[in-house]
Design a protein around this ligand. Structure first.
Ligand code: CP
Ligand code: NVA
Length: 313
């Protein structure tokens, strides 16, 4: 693959990328991580600017974009929805066209996937989805990097997401797993299964890559044989009103020592995109225990985001 084909591309979801292109992002992530560990910063974004639009809160994504871009000489500009006229007093199309004339790239975190798509369509610069209600693609790349650092090539490995199976993180993991040949299971109550449209699409990718997609509400069979157990908060940003209902639905799906043992795999790792609500989706002993790789995973957000910007800008 010629890496120049990635120049100018946006990252809205991994659906638009080939397995070969995703593997290129992964290898570049490994390379920039090694360089960063040696203290090598090459000013590769000198003279470049990026608008960071945040409708929702963020620690990792914001800091990863700001530090990855800034330490290579780029100038990130953070804009919350208190600061700009995003959809409030100005259409997204107009905001996109204005920002595209002032910035070399745009990152967007917010509610509607449609917004990030409009930004990409109208701005004329690469747009990176830093989380919407539907997808969290930069997270998924960091997750795969963490899996590969701990378990080797992800193809043929078994990743099991347990919890709110229709959220942005679960959906993004389903796409990237299917593309890269990693077996992917969602263990979740039926009410929280992802939509059939995305499932069917991913099954098509999985057929090509030689992996499988399983969606089940049965915990024992679902987690058995997993190489990595992944969970996320039971209540995503914007869904706060559903908290009581989610706790009732998802309590049996908590990741605790008993559930980790049900994998039947002592080498199984535990992943979480963070922030975590300890005592809800995961117990303190699991997230703080030896199987947990959550802080490596958080660090990998920065290296993978740097690689995404490098490849596309
Ligand atoms: N994992 C993640 O996206 O974290 P933040 O919400 O802190 O950015
Ligand atoms: N599903 C979570 C992910 C946070 C990084 C949310 O959308 O709030």
């Amino acid at each position: 693959m010629n890496p120049s084909i990635l120049k100018g591309r946006s990252l809205l979801t991994w659906i638009d990328y080939t397995p070969e292109e995703i593997r290129y992002f992964l290898s570049l992530s490994k390379k920039v991580k090694e360089e960063a560990k040696k203290g090598m910063h090459k000013q590769r974004f000198r003279g470049k600017t990026m608008a960071l639009l945040f409708e929702k809160r963020s620690t990792r994504t914001r800091c990863a974009f700001e530090t990855a871009f800034g330490e290579e000489g780029g100038h990130p500009v953070f804009l919350s929805n208190q600061d700009i006229q995003l959809g409030a007093k100005e259409s997204i199309e107009d905001t996109a066209r204005v920002l595209g004339r002032m910035f070399d790239a745009i990152e967007f975190r917010g509610y509607k996937q449609e917004y990030v798509e409009i930004l990409a369509k109208y701005s004329g610069v690469p747009v990176y989805n830093g989380l919407t209600d539907l997808f969290h693609p930069t997270q998924a790349l960091a997750d795969v990097l963490t899996i590969e650092e701990n378990l080797g090539n992800c193809a043929g490995k078994r990743l099991c997401f347990i919890g709110d199976g229709r959220n942005n993180v679960a959906r993004s993991l389903m796409v990237i797993s299917a593309k890269l040949g990693m077996h992917f299971t969602i263990v979740s109550p039926r009410e929280l299964w992802p939509d059939n449209e995305l499932k069917n699409l991913c099954e098509g990718f999985a057929k090509t890559s030689g992996s499988t997609i399983i969606i089940t509400d049965e915990i024992e069979s679902g987690v058995n044989g997993a190489d990595a157990i992944y969970t996320d908060v039971w209540v995503s940003m914007g869904e706060e009103a559903l908290k009581a209902e989610r706790i009732r639905m998802l309590s049996p799906y908590q990741v605790n020592a008993e559930l980790m043992a049900k994998t039947g795999n002592k080498a199984c790792i535990f992943l979480h995109c963070l922030p975590a609500v300890k005592g809800e989706e995961v117990t303190f002993d699991v997230i703080e225990g030896p199987q947990s790789k959550v802080f490596e995973e958080a660090e990998n957000r920065k290296h993978t985001i740097k690689a995404i910007i490098l490849a596309t800008l």
